[in-house]
Design a protein around this ligand. Structure first.
Ligand SMILES: [Zn+2]
Length: 126
């Protein structure tokens, strides 16, 4: 869905603005028991709208005065922290790939060493 400044409910123009991020804000689903699923275990279900702290600031949002509704286009936002996460993940993947490569290399060397020893072995020895 394209995000425009038109209210999806009444079709009127929405006011441009932002929500100041003074502390972490996120959306999370409500479980069948009526409780918000915002525990650490359900962290993946959280939709971050704003993260306070290092990169505090504001979250762009639009407000419809006739519907009294605020729309926060999540997809527009890429958080510096997520960028860092991605960088970190890419870095980790690189490291583990290098580690795998080295491991494969070492195994190759071991194999060569073994076959060299076998070749050097006295053929009369049983
Ligand atoms: Zn509206």
């Amino acid at each position: 869905m394209e995000i425009t400044s038109v209210c999806p409910y009444c079709g009127k123009e929405m006011r441009d603005g932002a929500i100041p991020v003074l502390r972490d804000i996120y959306w999370c689903p409500r479980g069948e028991d009526g409780m918000l699923k915002d525990g650490f275990g359900d962290e993946k279900e959280q939709v971050w709208l704003g993260r306070a702290g290092l990169f505090g600031g504001d979250t762009p949002a639009r407000y419809c005065e006739s519907c009294k509704a605020v729309i926060i286009p999540v997809s527009e936002i890429e958080w510096p922290l997520d960028k860092l996460d991605k960088k970190f993940t890419a870095w980790q993947e690189k490291i583990s790939a290098q580690r795998e490569e080295r491991k494969a290399q070492r195994e190759e060397e071991k194999r060569e060493e073994k076959s060299r020893k076998r070749r050097e072995k006295d053929p009369w020895e049983v």
